[in-house]
Write a protein that binds this ligand. Structure first.
Ligand code: PA5
Length: 449
């Protein structure tokens, strides 16, 4: 694959994985080509817009401009959102910034501290108030629909803190609303109150919005160039321009995972990241895969419940937690490894004299080298147990590679949606939950249930 990302699917196939692996025929070249065409139709008619975000340099420019205002004034920046409005942004920032960014002294940090406010848990929210300086805080309220109860609730609380510190007008100036350009409550309030806004394109849904201002603004606030992220996305879309599995890596992975589910009963799809920086990316993948593919539909009068179960794992940590199950538990899983060839740091284990012989062999090895060996050893152990796996390797953790990786998984999800025959872009069950919660809250009128 281009973009300094390589994809190795060989261990999914029978030649390596034995009877539990796929035969080439299992991929269904025709079905894959049809899935590609069906997605292309959605893309070229403008129904679905995420695959063309790499072309939207205007979105990157808007983020850079807004980020410059934030960086000039703020000591703290709060990103308020949930689901697709939080997972991608948090994951991109974690992948591309210093692991202890908020703890660095301002001179080394490059931009304000950044906090993601996701859940409506009062303890977490109150804890944010304990550590920020509301007189120097900017906020980004992110909601595609503009009406998600969790996000709006958080905003009203945070807005009050900031208004108490700097007054209504300054608080308004320091608020960014990232939402649909036309529809929804946030857009209406932005118009009525003349608030600063960034756009989530109408044809890009929540969990596919990481490469819009939803995910690009917090990156830009941290000094990461959003254009570089979009360049990676653009080159990945170009790499995936064919309906032949052999020429389209995302289609290849989608067809393989789909076939492993429906033909081999491998319904649990684990993304195991061998870099702490990619742990949140594995979480983001879980939402993308689950909410896009987990659907109920009718076929010949029968209810069909479809969708693989995604799981997040982090190596080497989860080798000491989940791996036993993956090696000897039910034959219903496929593991996709996500590794990085050159991490941004390497630390050598000192090989001092006098180490006990049992550990002396570690001397001179790198900590990152140990992590890499652990990944390869785990791949090998799975294979010896007849368990198929695939590997995605990034050369380095750069904005381009991350843009490409996110676009890759979004395309993989889109093709998988077509292969499963579901609409990957709606979430009727989630919407139902949202409506019920709203009804209960409006009935109980602030008195609790
Ligand atoms: O993918 C989705 O559409 C959802 O997960 C949404 O991102 C989530 O429900 C939040 O919605 P909104 O961005 O409208 O506040």
């Amino acid at each position: 694959m281009a973009d300094s990302i390589s994809l190795n699917l060989s261990k999914l196939f029978a030649a390596a994985a034995g009877a539990n692996g796929l035969a080439e025929d299992d991929l269904g070249a025709e079905a894959a080509a049809a899935a590609f065409e069906a997605f292309e139709l959605r893309r070229t008619t403008g129904e679905v817009g995420f695959a063309d975000l790499g072309e939207r340099e205007d979105l990157a420019a808007g983020c850079r401009e807004t980020a410059a205002l934030v960086r000039a004034e703020a000591s703290d920046f709060l990103h308020l959102g949930i689901g697709g409005s939080a997972l991608g942004p948090r994951a991109i920032l974690r992948a591309l910034s210093h692991p202890q960014r908020n703890l660095l002294p301002p001179a080394q940090r490059d931009g304000p501290r950044i906090f993601f406010v996701e859940n409506v848990d009062p303890e977490s929210l109150a804890a944010i108030r304990d550590v920020i300086d509301p007189s120097k805080t900017w906020i980004n309220v992110v909601s595609k629909s503009g009406g998600t109860v969790e996000t709006i609730g958080q905003w009203l609380v945070v807005r009050q803190w900031i208004e108490e510190a700097v007054g209504r007008e300054k608080a308004r100036e320091r608020t960014i609303l990232t939402t649909d350009p036309e529809k929804g409550l946030l857009r209406r309030m932005a118009r009525e109150e003349g608030m600063r806004t960034l756009e989530v394109p109408p044809n890009v849904g929540g969990r596919f919005s990481a490469l819009t201002p939803v995910g690009l603004l917090s990156a830009a606030v941290a000094g990461i160039d959003p254009s570089e992220i979009l360049k990676g996305a653009r080159s990945m879309t170009a790499r995936c321009a064919s309906g032949r599995v052999g020429d389209n890596p995302a289609l290849h992975l989608a067809a393989s995972l789909h076939a492993l589910d429906v033909r081999k009963g491998r319904r649990t799809h684990v993304l195991m990241a061998y870099a702490d920086a990619l742990a949140d990316t594995a979480e983001w993948y879980c939402q993308l895969w689950a909410e896009s593919l987990g659907k109920r539909y009718e076929s010949e009068g029968e209810q069909v419940f479809s969708g693989p179960t995604p799981v997040k794992a982090v190596g080497a940590v989860d080798q000491h937690s989940q791996l036993q199950l993956y090696l000897e538990g039910p034959q219903d899983k496929v593991i996709v490894f996500l590794g990085v060839r050159r991490l941004r740091e390497e630390l050598e284990v000192p090989s001092g004299d006098g180490l006990p012989p049992e550990i002396a062999y570690l001397g001179g090895h790198g900590i990152g080298e140990i992590l890499d060996v652990e990944r390869r050893a785990t791949e090998e152990a799975l294979l010896r147990n007849g368990r198929p796996s695939a590997t995605i390797l990034l050369e380095e953790l750069t904005p381009r590679a991350i843009g490409a990786l996110y676009q890759f998984w979004e395309l993989t999800t889109a093709y998988a949606g077509e292969l499963y025959g579901v609409n990957a872009y709606d979430q009727p069950a989630v919407e139902l939950g949202k409506r019920i919660a709203q009804r209960v809250l409006s009935r109980s009128g602030g008195q609790g249930t």
